[in-house]
Design a protein around this ligand. Structure first.
Ligand code: ADP
Ligand code: MG
Length: 574
Protein backbone atom coordinates (compact mmCIF):
# COMPACT_ATOMS: atom_id res chain seq x y z
CA UNK A 1 0.00 0.00 0.00
CA UNK A 2 1.69 3.20 -1.11
CA UNK A 3 1.39 6.36 0.87
CA UNK A 4 3.23 9.36 -0.57
CA UNK A 5 6.84 8.33 -0.86
CA UNK A 6 6.41 5.87 1.99
CA UNK A 7 5.42 2.26 1.56
CA UNK A 8 4.45 -0.15 4.25
CA UNK A 9 7.26 -2.71 4.69
CA UNK A 10 6.27 -5.98 3.11
CA UNK A 11 2.90 -4.44 2.29
CA UNK A 12 4.53 -2.82 -0.74
CA UNK A 13 1.66 -4.03 -2.90
CA UNK A 14 2.59 -2.03 -5.98
CA UNK A 15 6.12 -2.61 -7.05
CA UNK A 16 7.80 0.73 -7.80
CA UNK A 17 8.67 1.19 -11.46
CA UNK A 18 12.37 1.40 -10.67
CA UNK A 19 12.26 -2.16 -9.38
CA UNK A 20 14.06 -4.67 -11.61
CA UNK A 21 12.48 -8.12 -12.12
CA UNK A 22 12.18 -10.20 -8.94
CA UNK A 23 14.18 -13.39 -8.40
CA UNK A 24 12.34 -15.32 -11.09
CA UNK A 25 10.28 -17.14 -8.48
CA UNK A 26 6.85 -17.93 -9.89
CA UNK A 27 5.03 -20.14 -7.41
CA UNK A 28 4.09 -19.84 -3.77
CA UNK A 29 2.22 -22.46 -1.73
CA UNK A 30 1.04 -21.88 1.78
CA UNK A 31 -1.61 -21.31 4.37
CA UNK A 32 -2.31 -17.74 5.38
CA UNK A 33 -3.03 -16.38 8.83
CA UNK A 34 -1.47 -13.89 11.20
CA UNK A 35 1.05 -12.51 10.28
CA UNK A 36 1.55 -13.59 6.66
CA UNK A 37 -1.77 -12.98 4.91
CA UNK A 38 -0.54 -9.70 3.47
CA UNK A 39 2.57 -11.39 2.10
CA UNK A 40 0.40 -13.78 0.07
CA UNK A 41 -1.71 -10.92 -1.25
CA UNK A 42 1.41 -8.93 -2.13
CA UNK A 43 2.91 -11.94 -3.91
CA UNK A 44 -0.23 -12.31 -6.03
CA UNK A 45 -0.05 -8.66 -6.98
CA UNK A 46 3.53 -9.18 -8.13
CA UNK A 47 2.37 -11.96 -10.43
CA UNK A 48 3.50 -14.86 -8.28
CA UNK A 49 0.96 -17.67 -8.43
CA UNK A 50 -0.26 -18.30 -4.88
CA UNK A 51 -1.77 -21.70 -4.08
CA UNK A 52 -3.57 -21.99 -0.76
CA UNK A 53 -3.21 -25.47 0.71
CA UNK A 54 -4.77 -27.25 3.71
CA UNK A 55 -1.66 -28.32 5.60
CA UNK A 56 1.77 -26.67 5.70
CA UNK A 57 3.51 -29.99 5.16
CA UNK A 58 1.74 -30.53 1.85
CA UNK A 59 2.36 -26.88 0.91
CA UNK A 60 6.06 -27.37 1.55
CA UNK A 61 6.18 -30.63 -0.44
CA UNK A 62 4.48 -28.80 -3.32
CA UNK A 63 6.94 -25.90 -3.24
CA UNK A 64 9.89 -28.29 -3.23
CA UNK A 65 8.55 -30.25 -6.21
CA UNK A 66 8.38 -26.98 -8.16
CA UNK A 67 12.09 -26.56 -7.43
CA UNK A 68 12.92 -29.99 -8.81
CA UNK A 69 10.68 -29.64 -11.85
CA UNK A 70 11.69 -26.11 -12.89
CA UNK A 71 15.17 -25.55 -11.40
CA UNK A 72 13.90 -22.36 -9.65
CA UNK A 73 12.76 -22.66 -6.05
CA UNK A 74 9.08 -22.59 -5.16
CA UNK A 75 8.12 -20.74 -1.99
CA UNK A 76 6.29 -22.15 0.99
CA UNK A 77 4.62 -19.44 3.08
CA UNK A 78 3.60 -20.32 6.63
CA UNK A 79 2.45 -18.69 9.83
CA UNK A 80 4.47 -18.62 13.04
CA UNK A 81 4.99 -21.44 15.52
CA UNK A 82 2.97 -24.53 14.58
CA UNK A 83 2.70 -23.40 10.96
CA UNK A 84 6.45 -23.33 10.66
CA UNK A 85 6.86 -26.57 12.60
CA UNK A 86 4.51 -28.34 10.18
CA UNK A 87 6.63 -27.09 7.28
CA UNK A 88 9.79 -28.64 8.74
CA UNK A 89 8.78 -32.00 7.25
CA UNK A 90 8.77 -30.48 3.79
CA UNK A 91 12.08 -28.71 4.36
CA UNK A 92 13.71 -31.90 5.56
CA UNK A 93 12.38 -33.77 2.55
CA UNK A 94 13.62 -31.11 0.12
CA UNK A 95 17.04 -30.97 1.72
CA UNK A 96 17.41 -34.76 1.71
CA UNK A 97 16.38 -34.84 -1.95
CA UNK A 98 18.76 -31.95 -2.81
CA UNK A 99 15.88 -29.87 -4.18
CA UNK A 100 15.77 -26.06 -4.03
CA UNK A 101 13.10 -24.53 -1.78
CA UNK A 102 12.41 -21.24 -0.03
CA UNK A 103 10.35 -21.22 3.15
CA UNK A 104 9.08 -17.89 4.43
CA UNK A 105 7.71 -18.00 7.94
CA UNK A 106 5.95 -15.30 9.84
CA UNK A 107 7.12 -15.06 13.45
CA UNK A 108 6.04 -13.27 16.58
CA UNK A 109 6.67 -9.59 17.25
CA UNK A 110 10.30 -8.83 18.03
CA UNK A 111 9.45 -6.70 21.06
CA UNK A 112 7.61 -9.65 22.67
CA UNK A 113 10.40 -12.15 22.06
CA UNK A 114 11.14 -14.40 25.10
CA UNK A 115 7.96 -13.08 26.79
CA UNK A 116 5.75 -15.95 25.64
CA UNK A 117 4.38 -14.18 22.57
CA UNK A 118 1.62 -15.70 20.44
CA UNK A 119 3.14 -18.74 18.65
CA UNK A 120 6.63 -17.81 19.75
CA UNK A 121 9.22 -20.36 18.70
CA UNK A 122 12.96 -20.32 17.90
CA UNK A 123 12.21 -20.58 14.19
CA UNK A 124 15.56 -19.62 12.71
CA UNK A 125 17.35 -22.12 14.93
CA UNK A 126 14.72 -24.80 14.25
CA UNK A 127 15.17 -24.46 10.50
CA UNK A 128 18.95 -24.60 10.61
CA UNK A 129 19.02 -28.40 10.74
CA UNK A 130 16.72 -28.64 7.76
CA UNK A 131 18.27 -26.07 5.46
CA UNK A 132 21.42 -24.65 3.86
CA UNK A 133 20.67 -21.13 5.04
CA UNK A 134 18.32 -19.94 7.77
CA UNK A 135 18.05 -16.28 8.68
CA UNK A 136 15.94 -13.38 9.91
CA UNK A 137 16.66 -10.16 7.99
CA UNK A 138 18.00 -7.51 10.36
CA UNK A 139 15.63 -4.87 8.93
CA UNK A 140 13.07 -4.39 6.17
CA UNK A 141 15.79 -2.73 4.12
CA UNK A 142 17.75 -6.00 4.26
CA UNK A 143 14.91 -8.14 2.85
CA UNK A 144 15.67 -7.84 -0.89
CA UNK A 145 19.30 -8.89 -0.54
CA UNK A 146 18.35 -11.70 1.88
CA UNK A 147 15.78 -13.00 -0.63
CA UNK A 148 18.41 -12.91 -3.38
CA UNK A 149 20.88 -14.76 -1.16
CA UNK A 150 18.29 -17.39 -0.24
CA UNK A 151 17.29 -18.00 -3.85
CA UNK A 152 20.94 -18.14 -4.88
CA UNK A 153 21.89 -20.50 -2.04
CA UNK A 154 18.99 -22.79 -2.85
CA UNK A 155 20.23 -23.43 -6.41
CA UNK A 156 24.02 -23.01 -6.23
CA UNK A 157 26.20 -26.03 -5.45
CA UNK A 158 24.09 -28.89 -4.10
CA UNK A 159 20.53 -27.56 -4.18
CA UNK A 160 18.57 -27.38 -0.93
CA UNK A 161 16.14 -25.55 1.32
CA UNK A 162 16.51 -21.99 2.69
CA UNK A 163 14.50 -20.27 5.41
CA UNK A 164 13.60 -16.59 5.80
CA UNK A 165 11.95 -15.40 8.99
CA UNK A 166 9.64 -12.37 8.85
CA UNK A 167 8.60 -11.04 12.28
CA UNK A 168 4.99 -9.88 12.60
CA UNK A 169 5.99 -6.29 13.28
CA UNK A 170 7.81 -6.13 9.89
CA UNK A 171 4.50 -6.60 8.13
CA UNK A 172 3.12 -3.31 9.37
CA UNK A 173 6.31 -1.28 9.61
CA UNK A 174 6.55 1.94 7.64
CA UNK A 175 9.77 2.62 5.78
CA UNK A 176 10.89 5.19 3.28
CA UNK A 177 10.64 3.76 -0.22
CA UNK A 178 13.98 5.35 -1.12
CA UNK A 179 15.70 3.42 1.62
CA UNK A 180 14.87 0.10 -0.08
CA UNK A 181 17.65 -1.01 -2.39
CA UNK A 182 16.29 -3.47 -4.92
CA UNK A 183 18.56 -6.32 -5.80
CA UNK A 184 18.84 -7.79 -9.27
CA UNK A 185 17.96 -11.40 -10.02
CA UNK A 186 20.79 -13.72 -9.04
CA UNK A 187 22.87 -15.17 -11.86
CA UNK A 188 22.23 -18.76 -12.95
CA UNK A 189 24.38 -21.32 -11.07
CA UNK A 190 27.98 -21.32 -12.34
CA UNK A 191 28.86 -24.48 -14.23
CA UNK A 192 31.84 -26.41 -12.94
CA UNK A 193 33.76 -29.06 -14.87
CA UNK A 194 35.87 -31.97 -13.69
CA UNK A 195 39.65 -32.01 -13.83
CA UNK A 196 40.86 -33.17 -17.26
CA UNK A 197 43.17 -35.83 -15.83
CA UNK A 198 40.27 -37.31 -13.84
CA UNK A 199 38.09 -37.38 -16.95
CA UNK A 200 40.83 -39.20 -18.87
CA UNK A 201 41.24 -41.69 -16.06
CA UNK A 202 37.47 -42.29 -15.94
CA UNK A 203 37.38 -42.94 -19.69
CA UNK A 204 40.21 -45.42 -19.36
CA UNK A 205 38.48 -47.28 -16.49
CA UNK A 206 35.32 -47.49 -18.60
CA UNK A 207 37.23 -48.79 -21.64
CA UNK A 208 38.74 -51.56 -19.54
CA UNK A 209 35.46 -52.60 -17.88
CA UNK A 210 34.33 -56.20 -18.31
CA UNK A 211 30.87 -55.71 -16.82
CA UNK A 212 30.07 -51.97 -16.87
CA UNK A 213 26.95 -50.29 -15.56
CA UNK A 214 25.70 -46.69 -15.56
CA UNK A 215 23.46 -45.60 -12.70
CA UNK A 216 21.33 -42.56 -13.44
CA UNK A 217 20.04 -40.69 -10.40
CA UNK A 218 17.70 -37.78 -9.80
CA UNK A 219 20.74 -35.48 -9.76
CA UNK A 220 21.07 -36.20 -13.50
CA UNK A 221 17.39 -35.42 -13.96
CA UNK A 222 17.73 -32.16 -12.03
CA UNK A 223 20.84 -31.25 -14.06
CA UNK A 224 18.96 -31.70 -17.39
CA UNK A 225 21.73 -34.05 -18.48
CA UNK A 226 19.43 -36.31 -20.54
CA UNK A 227 20.85 -35.51 -23.95
CA UNK A 228 24.49 -36.13 -23.05
CA UNK A 229 23.86 -39.26 -20.98
CA UNK A 230 21.75 -40.79 -23.73
CA UNK A 231 24.47 -40.07 -26.26
CA UNK A 232 27.05 -41.73 -24.02
CA UNK A 233 24.84 -44.80 -23.49
CA UNK A 234 24.16 -45.20 -27.20
CA UNK A 235 27.61 -44.36 -28.47
CA UNK A 236 29.39 -46.69 -26.04
CA UNK A 237 26.55 -49.24 -25.94
CA UNK A 238 26.47 -49.34 -22.15
CA UNK A 239 23.79 -50.86 -19.91
CA UNK A 240 22.10 -48.39 -17.56
CA UNK A 241 19.91 -48.51 -14.51
CA UNK A 242 17.80 -45.57 -13.32
CA UNK A 243 17.14 -44.89 -9.64
CA UNK A 244 13.44 -44.30 -8.83
CA UNK A 245 13.43 -40.63 -9.84
CA UNK A 246 16.23 -41.13 -12.37
CA UNK A 247 13.57 -42.99 -14.40
CA UNK A 248 12.86 -41.23 -17.67
CA UNK A 249 16.22 -39.44 -18.07
CA UNK A 250 16.53 -42.10 -20.75
CA UNK A 251 13.17 -43.76 -21.54
CA UNK A 252 12.44 -46.91 -19.51
CA UNK A 253 11.81 -48.85 -22.74
CA UNK A 254 15.27 -48.06 -24.14
CA UNK A 255 17.02 -51.31 -25.16
CA UNK A 256 19.98 -50.53 -22.85
CA UNK A 257 17.80 -50.15 -19.74
CA UNK A 258 18.41 -53.08 -17.40
CA UNK A 259 15.97 -52.03 -14.65
CA UNK A 260 14.26 -55.43 -14.81
CA UNK A 261 17.57 -57.06 -13.84
CA UNK A 262 18.46 -54.52 -11.16
CA UNK A 263 19.82 -56.85 -8.49
CA UNK A 264 21.84 -58.85 -11.00
CA UNK A 265 23.29 -55.72 -12.58
CA UNK A 266 24.36 -54.26 -9.23
CA UNK A 267 25.73 -57.53 -7.97
CA UNK A 268 28.06 -58.38 -10.81
CA UNK A 269 29.08 -55.06 -12.34
CA UNK A 270 32.84 -54.45 -12.16
CA UNK A 271 32.70 -50.74 -13.09
CA UNK A 272 29.80 -48.50 -12.04
CA UNK A 273 29.45 -44.88 -13.15
CA UNK A 274 27.20 -42.85 -10.87
CA UNK A 275 25.46 -39.90 -12.50
CA UNK A 276 24.00 -37.90 -9.61
CA UNK A 277 23.06 -40.79 -7.34
CA UNK A 278 24.33 -41.19 -3.79
CA UNK A 279 25.52 -44.52 -2.40
CA UNK A 280 22.93 -44.39 0.37
CA UNK A 281 20.27 -46.95 1.35
CA UNK A 282 18.61 -46.73 -2.07
CA UNK A 283 21.80 -48.10 -3.62
CA UNK A 284 22.63 -50.39 -0.69
CA UNK A 285 25.61 -48.18 0.31
CA UNK A 286 27.69 -49.53 -2.57
CA UNK A 287 28.76 -52.47 -0.39
CA UNK A 288 28.80 -56.29 -0.58
CA UNK A 289 26.81 -58.51 -0.76
CA UNK A 290 24.83 -56.34 -3.17
CA UNK A 291 28.04 -55.43 -5.05
CA UNK A 292 31.35 -57.04 -5.84
CA UNK A 293 33.86 -56.17 -3.12
CA UNK A 294 36.28 -54.79 -5.73
CA UNK A 295 33.76 -52.95 -7.93
CA UNK A 296 35.21 -49.71 -9.28
CA UNK A 297 32.95 -46.70 -8.76
CA UNK A 298 33.25 -43.58 -10.89
CA UNK A 299 31.33 -40.87 -9.02
CA UNK A 300 30.01 -37.76 -10.74
CA UNK A 301 28.58 -35.20 -8.34
CA UNK A 302 28.45 -31.46 -7.78
CA UNK A 303 29.05 -31.87 -4.06
CA UNK A 304 32.67 -32.63 -3.16
CA UNK A 305 31.70 -33.90 0.31
CA UNK A 306 29.63 -36.64 -1.30
CA UNK A 307 32.61 -38.15 -3.11
CA UNK A 308 33.99 -41.14 -1.24
CA UNK A 309 30.96 -41.70 1.00
CA UNK A 310 30.77 -45.41 1.99
CA UNK A 311 33.24 -46.59 -0.67
CA UNK A 312 36.61 -45.50 -1.96
CA UNK A 313 35.86 -44.53 -5.56
CA UNK A 314 38.22 -45.41 -8.42
CA UNK A 315 37.68 -41.96 -9.95
CA UNK A 316 35.84 -38.86 -8.74
CA UNK A 317 34.50 -36.31 -11.18
CA UNK A 318 33.54 -33.17 -9.33
CA UNK A 319 31.30 -30.95 -11.40
CA UNK A 320 27.98 -30.40 -13.07
CA UNK A 321 26.71 -33.68 -14.53
CA UNK A 322 25.75 -32.15 -17.82
CA UNK A 323 29.19 -30.57 -18.29
CA UNK A 324 31.07 -33.65 -17.06
CA UNK A 325 29.09 -35.95 -19.37
CA UNK A 326 30.15 -33.75 -22.28
CA UNK A 327 33.76 -34.02 -21.10
CA UNK A 328 33.44 -37.82 -21.11
CA UNK A 329 31.87 -37.75 -24.55
CA UNK A 330 34.83 -35.76 -25.85
CA UNK A 331 37.11 -38.59 -24.76
CA UNK A 332 35.04 -41.15 -26.64
CA UNK A 333 34.78 -38.89 -29.67
CA UNK A 334 38.55 -38.58 -29.77
CA UNK A 335 39.12 -42.31 -29.49
CA UNK A 336 35.85 -44.11 -30.26
CA UNK A 337 35.05 -47.19 -28.22
CA UNK A 338 32.06 -49.49 -27.76
CA UNK A 339 31.25 -52.11 -25.21
CA UNK A 340 30.70 -55.33 -27.20
CA UNK A 341 26.92 -55.97 -27.50
CA UNK A 342 27.48 -59.74 -27.75
CA UNK A 343 29.26 -59.98 -24.41
CA UNK A 344 28.46 -62.52 -21.71
CA UNK A 345 27.46 -59.62 -19.44
CA UNK A 346 24.76 -58.43 -21.83
CA UNK A 347 23.47 -61.98 -22.19
CA UNK A 348 23.29 -62.49 -18.42
CA UNK A 349 21.38 -59.23 -17.99
CA UNK A 350 18.99 -59.96 -20.84
CA UNK A 351 18.22 -63.45 -19.55
CA UNK A 352 17.45 -62.14 -16.08
CA UNK A 353 15.25 -59.37 -17.48
CA UNK A 354 13.27 -61.88 -19.48
CA UNK A 355 12.56 -64.13 -16.50
CA UNK A 356 11.71 -61.22 -14.17
CA UNK A 357 9.36 -59.68 -16.72
CA UNK A 358 7.67 -63.05 -17.28
CA UNK A 359 7.11 -63.48 -13.52
CA UNK A 360 5.44 -60.04 -13.27
CA UNK A 361 3.30 -60.71 -16.34
CA UNK A 362 2.11 -63.97 -14.87
CA UNK A 363 1.00 -62.27 -11.68
CA UNK A 364 -0.65 -59.53 -13.72
CA UNK A 365 -2.66 -62.04 -15.73
CA UNK A 366 -4.25 -63.59 -12.62
CA UNK A 367 -8.02 -63.35 -12.97
CA UNK A 368 -8.86 -63.87 -9.29
CA UNK A 369 -10.60 -61.17 -7.24
CA UNK A 370 -9.81 -59.04 -5.37
CA UNK A 371 -7.07 -57.96 -7.79
CA UNK A 372 -3.36 -58.01 -6.92
CA UNK A 373 -0.94 -55.10 -7.39
CA UNK A 374 0.46 -56.37 -10.68
CA UNK A 375 -2.97 -56.71 -12.29
CA UNK A 376 -3.83 -53.17 -11.26
CA UNK A 377 -0.60 -51.63 -12.52
CA UNK A 378 -0.60 -53.47 -15.84
CA UNK A 379 -4.07 -52.12 -16.57
CA UNK A 380 -3.06 -48.63 -15.51
CA UNK A 381 0.09 -48.73 -17.64
CA UNK A 382 -1.95 -49.68 -20.72
CA UNK A 383 -3.78 -46.36 -20.62
CA UNK A 384 -1.22 -43.89 -19.32
CA UNK A 385 -0.41 -41.05 -21.72
CA UNK A 386 3.26 -41.14 -22.69
CA UNK A 387 4.00 -37.66 -21.41
CA UNK A 388 2.05 -37.86 -18.17
CA UNK A 389 3.58 -37.00 -14.82
CA UNK A 390 3.57 -39.98 -12.47
CA UNK A 391 3.47 -39.22 -8.76
CA UNK A 392 3.66 -42.25 -6.53
CA UNK A 393 3.91 -43.18 -2.90
CA UNK A 394 2.99 -45.95 -0.52
CA UNK A 395 4.99 -49.05 0.41
CA UNK A 396 4.04 -51.84 -1.99
CA UNK A 397 2.12 -49.43 -4.20
CA UNK A 398 5.24 -47.39 -4.90
CA UNK A 399 7.68 -50.30 -5.11
CA UNK A 400 5.63 -52.49 -7.42
CA UNK A 401 4.22 -49.51 -9.33
CA UNK A 402 7.73 -48.37 -10.16
CA UNK A 403 8.55 -51.64 -11.88
CA UNK A 404 5.42 -51.59 -14.05
CA UNK A 405 4.65 -47.90 -14.70
CA UNK A 406 6.96 -46.57 -17.40
CA UNK A 407 8.58 -43.16 -17.65
CA UNK A 408 9.60 -41.92 -21.06
CA UNK A 409 10.62 -38.38 -20.18
CA UNK A 410 12.99 -36.86 -17.59
CA UNK A 411 11.57 -35.22 -14.43
CA UNK A 412 8.25 -36.98 -14.97
CA UNK A 413 8.27 -39.02 -11.78
CA UNK A 414 7.93 -37.80 -8.20
CA UNK A 415 7.92 -40.17 -5.24
CA UNK A 416 8.80 -40.66 -1.57
CA UNK A 417 12.47 -40.04 -2.46
CA UNK A 418 15.64 -40.20 -0.41
CA UNK A 419 13.86 -39.61 2.90
CA UNK A 420 11.19 -42.23 2.15
CA UNK A 421 8.56 -39.64 3.02
CA UNK A 422 4.94 -40.75 2.94
CA UNK A 423 2.35 -38.02 2.51
CA UNK A 424 4.13 -36.20 -0.32
CA UNK A 425 1.84 -37.41 -3.10
CA UNK A 426 -0.97 -34.87 -3.19
CA UNK A 427 1.33 -31.87 -2.65
CA UNK A 428 3.60 -33.11 -5.46
CA UNK A 429 0.63 -33.75 -7.74
CA UNK A 430 -0.74 -30.24 -7.12
CA UNK A 431 2.67 -28.70 -7.87
CA UNK A 432 3.04 -30.77 -11.04
CA UNK A 433 -0.45 -29.79 -12.23
CA UNK A 434 0.16 -26.08 -11.52
CA UNK A 435 3.50 -26.14 -13.38
CA UNK A 436 1.88 -28.09 -16.26
CA UNK A 437 -0.79 -25.37 -16.60
CA UNK A 438 1.97 -22.90 -17.52
CA UNK A 439 4.49 -25.05 -19.31
CA UNK A 440 2.68 -27.96 -20.85
CA UNK A 441 -1.09 -27.44 -20.96
CA UNK A 442 -2.88 -30.70 -21.53
CA UNK A 443 -0.30 -32.77 -19.69
CA UNK A 444 -1.99 -35.13 -17.22
CA UNK A 445 -0.83 -35.81 -13.69
CA UNK A 446 -1.46 -39.31 -12.36
CA UNK A 447 -1.05 -39.76 -8.64
CA UNK A 448 -0.79 -43.38 -7.56
CA UNK A 449 -1.26 -43.68 -3.82
CA UNK A 450 -1.50 -46.45 -1.29
CA UNK A 451 -4.53 -46.02 0.99
CA UNK A 452 -2.27 -45.26 3.94
CA UNK A 453 -0.18 -42.73 1.96
CA UNK A 454 -3.36 -41.02 0.76
CA UNK A 455 -4.48 -40.50 4.34
CA UNK A 456 -1.51 -38.28 5.23
CA UNK A 457 -2.76 -35.44 3.05
CA UNK A 458 -6.22 -36.52 1.92
CA UNK A 459 -7.79 -33.10 2.56
CA UNK A 460 -5.67 -31.65 -0.24
CA UNK A 461 -8.39 -33.12 -2.47
CA UNK A 462 -10.27 -29.93 -1.57
CA UNK A 463 -7.31 -27.89 -2.88
CA UNK A 464 -7.31 -29.96 -6.08
CA UNK A 465 -11.03 -29.33 -6.56
CA UNK A 466 -10.87 -25.63 -5.59
CA UNK A 467 -8.32 -24.95 -8.32
CA UNK A 468 -9.94 -27.54 -10.58
CA UNK A 469 -6.70 -29.36 -11.36
CA UNK A 470 -7.55 -32.39 -13.54
CA UNK A 471 -5.36 -34.78 -11.54
CA UNK A 472 -6.21 -38.48 -11.68
CA UNK A 473 -5.77 -39.94 -8.22
CA UNK A 474 -5.57 -43.70 -7.89
CA UNK A 475 -5.87 -45.08 -4.38
CA UNK A 476 -4.66 -48.66 -4.38
CA UNK A 477 -6.58 -49.83 -1.37
CA UNK A 478 -5.51 -52.87 0.63
CA UNK A 479 -7.20 -51.69 3.85
CA UNK A 480 -3.93 -50.98 5.59
CA UNK A 481 -0.25 -50.16 5.90
CA UNK A 482 1.72 -52.84 4.00
CA UNK A 483 -1.30 -55.14 4.49
CA UNK A 484 -4.81 -55.00 5.88
CA UNK A 485 -7.68 -57.36 6.61
CA UNK A 486 -10.94 -57.91 4.77
CA UNK A 487 -14.36 -56.67 5.91
CA UNK A 488 -15.58 -60.05 7.18
CA UNK A 489 -12.49 -60.66 9.31
CA UNK A 490 -12.79 -57.11 10.65
CA UNK A 491 -16.43 -57.72 11.70
CA UNK A 492 -15.46 -61.09 13.19
CA UNK A 493 -12.69 -59.40 15.18
CA UNK A 494 -15.08 -56.78 16.58
CA UNK A 495 -17.22 -59.54 18.05
CA UNK A 496 -14.41 -60.16 20.51
CA UNK A 497 -14.30 -56.60 21.79
CA UNK A 498 -12.83 -53.18 21.31
CA UNK A 499 -11.01 -52.46 18.03
CA UNK A 500 -8.38 -50.37 19.83
CA UNK A 501 -7.36 -53.47 21.74
CA UNK A 502 -7.64 -55.97 18.90
CA UNK A 503 -6.99 -54.44 15.50
CA UNK A 504 -3.50 -55.10 14.15
CA UNK A 505 -1.64 -51.75 14.01
CA UNK A 506 -1.27 -52.06 10.23
CA UNK A 507 -5.03 -52.13 9.67
CA UNK A 508 -7.07 -49.25 8.34
CA UNK A 509 -10.85 -49.28 8.05
CA UNK A 510 -11.69 -52.02 5.53
CA UNK A 511 -13.64 -51.03 2.45
CA UNK A 512 -13.19 -47.28 3.06
CA UNK A 513 -14.83 -45.25 0.30
CA UNK A 514 -12.04 -42.75 -0.37
CA UNK A 515 -13.63 -41.82 -3.72
CA UNK A 516 -16.34 -39.99 -1.75
CA UNK A 517 -13.71 -37.50 -0.56
CA UNK A 518 -13.45 -36.47 -4.21
CA UNK A 519 -17.18 -36.41 -4.94
CA UNK A 520 -17.73 -34.36 -1.76
CA UNK A 521 -15.90 -31.49 -3.46
CA UNK A 522 -17.36 -31.95 -6.93
CA UNK A 523 -14.80 -34.20 -8.65
CA UNK A 524 -15.36 -37.63 -10.20
CA UNK A 525 -15.21 -40.59 -7.82
CA UNK A 526 -15.08 -44.28 -8.71
CA UNK A 527 -15.11 -47.36 -6.50
CA UNK A 528 -13.69 -50.29 -8.44
CA UNK A 529 -13.28 -53.96 -7.69
CA UNK A 530 -12.72 -55.61 -11.06
CA UNK A 531 -10.30 -55.08 -13.93
CA UNK A 532 -13.19 -54.03 -16.19
CA UNK A 533 -14.32 -51.37 -13.71
CA UNK A 534 -10.74 -50.18 -13.41
CA UNK A 535 -10.29 -49.92 -17.18
CA UNK A 536 -13.58 -48.11 -17.63
CA UNK A 537 -13.10 -45.61 -14.80
CA UNK A 538 -9.54 -44.81 -15.86
CA UNK A 539 -10.67 -44.31 -19.44
CA UNK A 540 -13.38 -41.87 -18.26
CA UNK A 541 -11.00 -40.06 -15.90
CA UNK A 542 -8.38 -39.53 -18.60
CA UNK A 543 -11.03 -38.42 -21.09
CA UNK A 544 -12.31 -35.76 -18.69
CA UNK A 545 -9.77 -32.95 -18.58
CA UNK A 546 -12.27 -30.60 -16.96
CA UNK A 547 -12.29 -32.24 -13.54
CA UNK A 548 -10.15 -34.20 -11.11
CA UNK A 549 -10.95 -37.87 -10.48
CA UNK A 550 -10.29 -40.35 -7.72
CA UNK A 551 -10.41 -44.07 -8.41
CA UNK A 552 -10.53 -46.17 -5.27
CA UNK A 553 -9.18 -49.56 -6.32
CA UNK A 554 -9.90 -52.42 -3.96
CA UNK A 555 -7.17 -55.04 -3.98
CA UNK A 556 -6.47 -58.23 -2.06
CA UNK A 557 -5.64 -57.01 1.49
CA UNK A 558 -2.78 -59.51 1.74
CA UNK A 559 -1.39 -58.86 -1.75
CA UNK A 560 2.40 -58.66 -1.83
CA UNK A 561 5.23 -58.22 -4.28
CA UNK A 562 6.58 -61.19 -6.15
CA UNK A 563 9.19 -63.43 -4.50
CA UNK A 564 12.63 -61.80 -4.37
CA UNK A 565 16.08 -63.28 -4.83
CA UNK A 566 17.31 -61.67 -1.62
CA UNK A 567 15.36 -61.85 1.61
CA UNK A 568 16.36 -58.26 2.37
CA UNK A 569 14.59 -57.05 -0.74
CA UNK A 570 11.32 -56.81 1.07
CA UNK A 571 11.57 -53.13 1.89
CA UNK A 572 11.09 -50.16 -0.37
CA UNK A 573 14.75 -50.08 -1.36
CA UNK A 574 14.06 -52.30 -4.34
P1 ADP B 1 18.94 -40.83 -6.28
O1 ADP B 1 17.97 -40.78 -5.13
O2 ADP B 1 18.30 -40.74 -7.60
O3 ADP B 1 19.91 -41.94 -6.13
P2 ADP B 1 20.41 -38.76 -4.93
O4 ADP B 1 19.44 -37.73 -4.45
O5 ADP B 1 20.89 -39.76 -3.94
O6 ADP B 1 19.80 -39.47 -6.22
O7 ADP B 1 21.67 -38.05 -5.52
C1 ADP B 1 21.58 -36.90 -6.29
C2 ADP B 1 22.96 -36.32 -6.33
O8 ADP B 1 23.04 -35.42 -7.43
C3 ADP B 1 23.33 -35.51 -5.09
O9 ADP B 1 24.48 -36.06 -4.48
C4 ADP B 1 23.57 -34.09 -5.62
O10 ADP B 1 24.66 -33.46 -5.00
C5 ADP B 1 23.87 -34.34 -7.08
N1 ADP B 1 23.56 -33.25 -7.99
C6 ADP B 1 22.49 -32.43 -8.01
N2 ADP B 1 22.55 -31.57 -9.02
C7 ADP B 1 23.70 -31.84 -9.68
C8 ADP B 1 24.34 -31.28 -10.82
N3 ADP B 1 23.81 -30.28 -11.53
N4 ADP B 1 25.53 -31.82 -11.19
C9 ADP B 1 26.09 -32.82 -10.49
N5 ADP B 1 25.52 -33.39 -9.42
C10 ADP B 1 24.35 -32.91 -9.01
MG1 MG C 1 -2.24 -49.86 1.91
Amino acid sequence: RSGGNRVAGVRAFTRPRSCPPPQDVKYMFGIVGIPVTEIAIAAQQLGIRYVGMRNEQAACYAASAVGYLTGRPGVCLVVSGPGLVHALGGMANANMNCWPLIVIGGSSERCQETMGAFQEFPQVEACRLYSKFSVRPSSIEAIPSIIEKAVRSSIYGRPGACYIDIPADFVNLQVNVNSIKYVECCMPPPISMAETSAVQMAASVIRNAKQPLLIIGKGAAYAHAEEGIRKLVEQCKLPFLPTPMGKGVIPDNHPNCVAAARSRALQFADVIILFGARLNWILHFGLPPRYQPDVKFIQIDICAEELGNNVRPAVTLLGDINAVTKQLLEQFDKTPWQYPPESKWWNTLKEKMKSNEAASKELASKKSLPMNYYTVFYHVQEQLPRDCMVVSEGANTMDIGRTVLQNYLPRHRLDAGTFGTMGVGLGFAIAAAIVAKDRNPGQRVICVEGDSAFGFSGMEVETICRYNLPIVLLVVNNNGIYQGIDTDSWKEMLKFGDATALAPPMCLLPNAHYEQVMTAFGGNGYFVQTREELQESLRKSLADATKPSLINIMIEPQSMRKAQDFHWLTRSNM
